[in-house]
Design a protein around this ligand. Structure first.
Ligand code: AMP
Ligand code: GLY
Length: 427
């Protein structure tokens, strides 16, 4: 099969790497890809948002299956467009992608299906939103309805902060249309974890659980980022919880979409908080997580192309997913200054030494080849992924490899998986 992966991050490198191991693969393309995907696939210089350009390429090359990494093309309707032209593409259509693209849509769906989630109300007037916050008090959570690149959620611990979040979104419109509506939500406390499912519209299969680290600095301090690290499995996600999520979250959603005549095909990512009162779904994404994918796929024993091909054809019931019982850890190495301003074009060294650590995987994010030299090209630069028997062995492999890598100004967290190691110490 000829396959095209759309995207250019660590997630897409991990997807491409796993697909490259499939005996069913004949040719692999990544658009636009990065310095890492260039070594396992053909990078195609078309941006993920250029739907017409991608369509033209797929027709010309006779691509058998398209796999979409990021959310933006999904919410813009890439799947509808490709299907209308008779191309096979894996992911939800524009309607289904609202699960991620509109918080109001996903919260209303959760309420309708009785899925546990934080109490909420949706507002399209700033005055009413502010009245609601004034009535309820802090802490409170303000979320813009649409896609905001991970910056649309404010957990406000003071009244001015909550009011400012509403003002910025709805009056100043700093998120454009995405902020015209806001969701005001009860503030929850607990540990977070991610559980991702794959579905063909009828059958649901769960991927291994994981947890990411969103804050820039050790001890979960500092600004939010696209993700500084991750690990899988997440020990706080028990087999009982997985069963509950399958029965009470994922199947009800998939059946509801099917009953409405718009079956959902693709990944469903549930961001969870485990509160003292039980789990709550914080959000859904309509795609794989980044950097969760980087620790999930190395643990998958099943052929990913077989899984996606089956899911895209309504045959997922025929496929069972097998998982390695090793733990996997990802440390994201970023450019100094990220998530604020940072420099690019820094030469990267030590990757071949890092890759000599047994079982180690390096997934590139912001890298590119400058001639034959690998240089930095983004904020999140590299994902160093190690594995081992148990979290401690996985951590020591990962950080041993991190130690070999160098680029000017590099920064990374030194406490990835601290919650899992604490859980282990407590046992
Ligand atoms: P989301 O994009 O909805 O996952 O939100 C991003 C982050 O904001 C989550 O990972 C949580 O850390 C935090 N968050 C979201 N909703 C809530 C909530 N209701 N209570 C407390 N924290 C939240
Ligand atoms: N790591 C969270 C996300 O991909 O949205």
């Amino acid at each position: 099969m000829k396959v095209l992966v759309i995207g250019n991050g660590g997630r897409e490198h991990a997807i491409a790497w796993k697909l490259s191991l499939s005996p069913k693969l004949t040719r692999l393309y990544v658009a636009p890809g990065n310095g890492g995907t260039a070594s396992i696939a053909v990078n195609v210089d078309i941006p993920a948002k250029d739907i017409e350009g991608l369509l033209k390429f797929c027709k010309k090359e006779g691509i058998d299956l398209v796999v979409v990494g990021p959310e933006a093309p999904l919410t813009e309707g890439i799947v509808d467009r490709f299907r209308a032209e008779g191309l096979r593409i894996f992911g939800p259509d524009r309607y289904g992608a609202q699960l991620e693209g509109s918080k109001a849509f996903s919260k209303d769906l959760m309420r309708k299906l009785g899925i546990p989630t934080a109490d909420f109300e949706v507002f399209d007037s700033p005055e009413k939103a502010m009245d609601d916050v004034a009535r309820k008090g802090v802490p409170i959570v303000v979320k813009v309805d649409g896609l905001a690149g991970g910056k649309g959620v404010t957990v406000a611990t003071s009244m001015p902060k909550a009011m400012e979040a509403i003002h910025l979104a709805m009056v100043k419109k700093v998120f454009g249309k995405a902020g015209e509506r806001v969701v005001i939500e009860e503030c929850l406390e607990g540990d977070e974890a991610s559980v991702i499912a794959v579905t063909d519209g009828k059958t649901v299969r769960l991927l291994a659980s994981s947890q990411d680290h969103k804050r820039a600095h050790d001890g979960d301090q500092g600004p939010n980022t696209g993700g500084m690290g991750s690990y899988s499995p997440a020990p706080i996600v028990s087999a009982e919880l997985e069963k509950e999520l399958l029965d009470k979250v994922f199947y009800p959603i998939v059946r509801d979409f099917a009953a409405s005549g718009r079956p959902y095909t693709g990944f469903i990512f549930a961001g969870l908080m485990l509160t003292p009162k039980g789990y709550r779904v914080l959000e859904f994404n309509a795609r794989l997580g980044d950097p969760e994918t980087q620790v999930i796929l190395p643990r998958l024993r099943t052929d990913l192309l077989e899984v996606l091909d089956a899911a895209a054809s309504g045959r997922l019931a025929d496929v069972e997913l097998g998982w390695s019982d090793e733990d996997c850890v990802c440390v994201v190495m970023v450019a100094g200054g990220y998530p604020g301003d940072y420099e690019t074009g820094k030469r990267i060294s030590g990757l071949s030494e890092a890759e000599r650590v047994p079982g180690l995987q390096v997934f590139h994010a912001g890298t590119r080849l400058d001639g034959t030299t690998l240089v930095t090209a983004g904020g999140r630069v590299l994902n160093i992924v190690g594995r081992g028997r148990g979290i401690l062995e996985a951590l020591s492999a990962t950080y041993a490899a991190v130690d070999k890598v160098f680029f000017e100004g590099m920064y990374y967290r030194k406490d990835i998986a601290h919650r899992a190691t604490r859980a282990k110490a407590a046992r």
